[in-house]
Design a binder for this molecule. Structure first.
Ligand SMILES: *[C@@H]1O[C@H](CO)[C@@H](O)[C@H](O)[C@H]1NC(C)=O
Ligand SMILES: *[C@@H]1O[C@H](CO)[C@@H](O)[C@H](O)[C@H]1NC(C)=O
Ligand SMILES: *[C@@H]1O[C@H](CO)[C@@H](O)[C@H](O)[C@H]1NC(C)=O
Length: 412
C-alpha cells in the first residue's frame, strides 16, 4: 500500500470529520450480533479516531511553524503500524526474521542479574518479569507497555535492520479460530503455529501471593503441546516460568534462571470469542473515562470477567504465553500488546478535549500498586518507566501521546 494513498484517504476523512460528533456513551450501541462480525458503529469510530489524529498533527504542525519552530511529528513523517494479516508475505517474513535476529544477539542483562537471559530478546522478558507486580492493574500499565512495545520495535529496527513497524493482532478478526489466522497458521510468514493438540482442561488462574481473589477456570484451547510448525517451531524459551497458573512449577531463581525448554501454545476460538470479539472492542472505545476503559480492557478484579487483555494472553496460553510474568517470551505477546496500544490510542483520540493525554484516572487501577494493594498513591505523569537493561527509561508523561515526545506513529 502506498503511504501517500493512505494519507490522502486519512486527510479526506479528517476534513469530512472536522466537526466530529462523539457517539452516545450512556447507551449500548444497537448490536444484536454475536460480536463476530465488525459493525458499522465500530468502523465509524475507528475512522473518526484516525481523522482526529491526522487533524491534530496537522494543526500542531501549523501552530509550531507559525511560531517559527520546527515540528518533530508531521503528517509527512508519521508512520503507521498495521494489522498482521494486511502485511505482504515479504513484510511478515522480515518481521519474523528480525525477531530471530534479536533472539541471536547477546543479552545486555548481566548474568549476575538473570543467568537465564541469553539474548537481546530475553532482555525484554527479564524487565517484564522483574516488574510484573507493579506494571499491571496499576496507573503505569498502559504507558509502560506502550514504551515497552516501542523499544522492542526500535530494537528490531536499529539492531536487526527491520524496516517496517510493529504489527498488531486485530483480536476479533480471527476470533473463531486464531490458530488458522495469518498470525498462527504455521506457514513460513506466521509467528509459528499452535501447540500440538493434547487433550486437556483449560487453564486455572491462581492469583499471585499477596493479592486477593480465588482461582478462575478458563476454556481450553486447541493445542497445549509444543509448537512444531512455522518460524518458531523448536524455539527455545530460556526464562521463567514464574507463576500464576495452577500446576506450573516456577523455574530457577524466581524465573530469572536458565530453564531451556520448548515453546508451547494453546490457541483456540473459545477464549478468543468470549473475551475479545467486536462487541468487546466497541465497548472499550465507548467508555467515557480511563477508569471505566480499563475495567473493560483489563477486567473486573478477581472475577471471570478478565477482559480482552487477559483473555488474549490466555488465548495464546501455553508456556511462556500463559505465564503473566514471562509472557513476552512468546513472540505473540508483541502483536497482542500492539493491539492493546492501538485501541488505547484510538480511545485517546476520541476524547477530543485532550484530557485523555494527561488523565491517569483515580480508580482502583490508577495507583502505583497492583489494584492498589497494598494501598499506594495515584500514579503521576512524572513517574519513571523503567526498562531495566532492555532499553532507556522515560516518564509516563513522555509517552501519553503517540504523536508527542519521541513518538510519531499511528495505526491503520
Ligand atoms: C486453586 O488452585 C490451586 C492450585 O491448583 C489449589 O492448590 C487450590 O486449592 C485452589 N483453590 C481453590 C479455592 O480451589
Ligand atoms: C463477546 O464479548 C462479550 C464481552 O465483551 C461477551 O459478553 C459475549 O459473550 C461475547 N460473545 C461471544 C459469542 O462469545
Ligand atoms: C492533540 O494531541 C496532543 C497530544 O499529542 C494533546 O495534548 C492535545 O490535547 C490534542 N488535541 C486535541 C484537540 O485532542
Amino acid at each position: 500500500m502506498k503511504a501517500a494513498a493512505i494519507l490522502g484517504t486519512a486527510l479526506l476523512a479528517a476534513a469530512a470529520h472536522a466537526g466530529v460528533v462523539l457517539p452516545r456513551q450512556d447507551t449500548t450501541t444497537a448490536d444484536s450480533s454475536d460480536g463476530l462480525e465488525p459493525t458499522q458503529d465500530l468502523n465509524d469510530l475507528l475512522e473518526q479516531a484516525k481523522a482526529q489524529v491526522i487533524n491534530n498533527v496537522t494543526e500542531t504542525e501549523q501552530q509550531l511553524r507559525k511560531r517559527g519552530q520546527t515540528p518533530r511529528c508531521t503528517v509527512k513523517n508519521l508512520v503507521f503500524r498495521r494489522e498482521y494479516g494486511s502485511l505482504s508475505k515479504s513484510e511478515r517474513l522480515s518481521y519474523v526474521n528480525a525477531i530471530k535476529c534479536l533472539q541471536n544477539k547477546p543479552p545486555r542483562t548481566p548474568t549476575s542479574v538473570a543467568p537465564g537471559a541469553k539474548s537481546r530478546f530475553d532482555d525484554f522478558v527479564v524487565t517484564h518479569i522483574q516488574q510484573t507486580l507493579s506494571i499491571h492493574y496499576s496507573g503505569i500499565f498502559q504507558p509502560w507497555h506502550r514504551w515497552f512495545v516501542y523499544q522492542y520495535e526500535k530494537a528490531l529496527r536499529d539492531e536487526c535492520g527491520y524496516t517496517g513497524y510493529q504489527p498488531y493482532w486485530d483480536w476479533p478478526k480471527y476470533a473463531r479460530a486464531p490458530q488458522d489466522s495469518p498470525l498462527f497458521n504455521g506457514d513460513p510468514y506466521s509467528l509459528g503455529g499452535n501447540g500440538e493438540y493434547i487433550p486437556h482442561d483449560g487453564p486455572v488462574i491462581v492469583p499471585p501471593p499477596g493479592v486477593g481473589g480465588g482461582n478462575i477456570s478458563l476454556p481450553a484451547g486447541e493445542g497445549s503441546g509444543f509448537v512444531t510448525t512455522g518460524p518458531f517451531a523448536n524455539m527455545v524459551v530460556n526464562l521463567g516460568p514464574v507463576g500464576g497458573l495452577a500446576d506450573t512449577d516456577p523455574g530457577p531463581m524466581g524465573g530469572l534462571g536458565y530453564n531451556p525448554r520448548g515453546l508451547k501454545r494453546d490457541l483456540g476460538g473459545a477464549m478468543n470469542m468470549r473475551y475479545a470479539n467486536y462487541t468487546t472492542v466497541l465497548k472499550m472505545l465507548l467508555q467515557p473515562n480511563v477508569d471505566k476503559y480499563r475495567i473493560v480492557s483489563e477486567g473486573v478484579p478477581y472475577t471471570p470477567e478478565i477482559g480482552p487483555h487477559g483473555g488474549i494472553h490466555y488465548t495464546i496460553g501455553g508456556d511462556p504465553g500463559g505465564d503473566l510474568f514471562t509472557s513476552p517470551g512468546d513472540p505473540a505477546f508483541w502483536v497482542h500488546h500492539g493491539q492493546m496500544d492501538r485501541l488505547w490510542t484510538m480511545w485517546q483520540a476520541l476524547g477530543l478535549g485532550g484530557n485523555r493525554y494527561t488523565d491517569l484516572g483515580s480508580g482502583s487501577y490508577a495507583h502505583r500498586t497492583w489494584e492498589n494493594n497494598p494501598e499506594s498513591p495515584l500514579a503521576q505523569l512524572t513517574d519513571v518507566i523503567d526498562m531495566g537493561y532492555a532499553a532507556p527509561s522515560t516518564t509516563i508523561g513522555e509517552v501519553m501521546s503517540t504523536t508527542g515526545g519521541e513518538f510519531c506513529y499511528f495505526y491503520l
